[in-house]
Design a protein around this ligand. Structure first.
Ligand code: ADP
Ligand code: MG
Length: 364
């Protein structure tokens, strides 16, 4: 039953049970229809950054990511950057699957027609689309409900993007092997540092803030890297919710555990100037980086370093996949949680990190 106008966001079905679920429990409880596979277009099902659809001899990677005002971007975010990011986050999922972007569809829900905002938004979207040769092929436009619940604006941008893959190929979260090295691209944590500064959780100098903001507002989808990792990486995902949480998805789906070494983590120059507590919070648990996190056998390390040189992109080994599932219950300042990941500092002591972003649990 949909919420009707005038309900002011208070649906009749109350929050007993489902609201206590986290984002991923919610998805698996209500939307993992594992049995409904199509015989003509087989797929691996949900749980990866992209679904693969085998259509005849073609393999198509499909993803759908949404951006909501207030959740994914601030009202004062330049609309040009909102347009770029709306597509970039989807291209990032295509990259995590190792696929080549081919087309996207845009669905927008707007409270009003603001020509200035829309022209800047579409300029950013078009530029990103041209940069990655991923044309817009359709979508939907609706007016969202506004007015009866006060001044709260409700803008939601949803994109479905499609990429191509060689038949039978594609990176997933489920292929990590014992002994694999865990790699990350770029310098994770920078986007979360901007978010914390915007929310007043910590302060940054203006030079650093403008760098962090650029990473938050215009992330770089690692499309070429994803393509180059086909046949090299065993497992891959992008970092949208936080490094530990996203690595957790790889570990769960591969049924492994992992050890990470904090000293090996790549920090940007700007991040190095932040207090250590902020660094750990942003790098380990902050989201919105859209860097790739992948695992590969040790013997592929030279090949990965070559890819790093070719693309002029920092790729850093930060840990290793362990053989046995080592799910331990950990108790820390962040409460009791189950973790397959151990993060060690220089002295070999365990670092406890805040859980990653979950739309229905605590925020950064
Ligand atoms: P992504 O990196 O694409 O954002 P997530 O880790 O957030 O992926 O989501 C985990 C998996 O759950 C993905 O395979 C995603 O497609 C799927 N998923 C998320 N929301 C829904 C939904 N409402 N219905 C079906 N599948 C969903
Ligand atoms: Mg993703």
């Amino acid at each position: 039953m949909p919420e009707g106008p005038g309900s002011c966001g208070k649906p009749n079905f109350q929050r007993s049970g489902p609201a206590a679920l986290g984002e991923f429990e919610l998805i698996s409880k209500f939307f993992d229809f594992a049995q409904s596979t199509s015989a003509a277009w087989p797929s691996q099902g949900i749980g990866d950054d992209c679904a693969f659809l085998d259509v005849g001899a073609l393999r198509i990677a499909v993803t759908s990511d949404m951006m909501a005002l207030g959740t994914h971007f601030f009202e004062d975010a330049p609309p040009y950057t909102v347009g770029r990011k709306a597509l970039a986050v989807n291209l990032s999922d295509l990259a995590a699957a190792g696929s080549t972007p081919q087309a996207f569809f845009l669905s927008i829900s707007l409270p009003e027609v603001n020509g200035l905002w829309l022209s800047e938004f579409s300029r950013g979207l078009k530029e990103e689309s041209e940069r990655y040769c991923c044309p817009l092929r359709g979508g939907d436009t609706v007016r969202s409900f506004v007015g009866l619940c006060g001044t709260q604006k409700y803008t939601v941008l949803s994109i479905c993007a499609l990429g191509s893959l060689p038949p039978g190929a594609g990176l997933t979260r489920s292929g990590a092997q014992t002994g694999d090295i865990i790699w990350v691209s770029g310098t994770p944590g920078d986007a979360a540092c901007a978010l914390g500064a915007k929310l007043g959780t910590w302060k940054c100098e203006s030079r650093e803030l403008s760098y962090f903001l650029s990473r938050l507002q215009t992330p770089t989808p690692r499309v070429e890297l994803g393509e180059r990792l086909l046949g090299v990486a065993d497992a891959c995902c992008d970092i949208s919710d936080g490094l530990l949480g996203d690595l957790g998805h790889i570990l769960e789906r591969s049924d492994k555990s992992a050890e990470l070494f904090w000293d090996e983590f790549p920090l940007s120059e700007a991040m190095r100037r932040m207090p250590e507590g902020v660094q750990k919070k942003c790098v380990l648990s902050g989201g919105d980086d859209y860097e790739l996190l992948f695992t590969a056998p040790e013997e592929k390390s030279a090949q990965i370093k070559k890819i790093s040189q070719d693309l002029n992109l920092r790729l850093t080994p930060i840990g290793r996949i362990d053989s046995k599932p080592r799910v331990c219950e950990e108790s820390s300042e962040f409460g009791v949680s189950q973790s397959r990941v151990t993060v060690l500092d220089t002295a070999g002591r365990r670092i406890f990190a805040q859980p990653s972003f979950d739309h229905f649990h605590e925020k950064l």
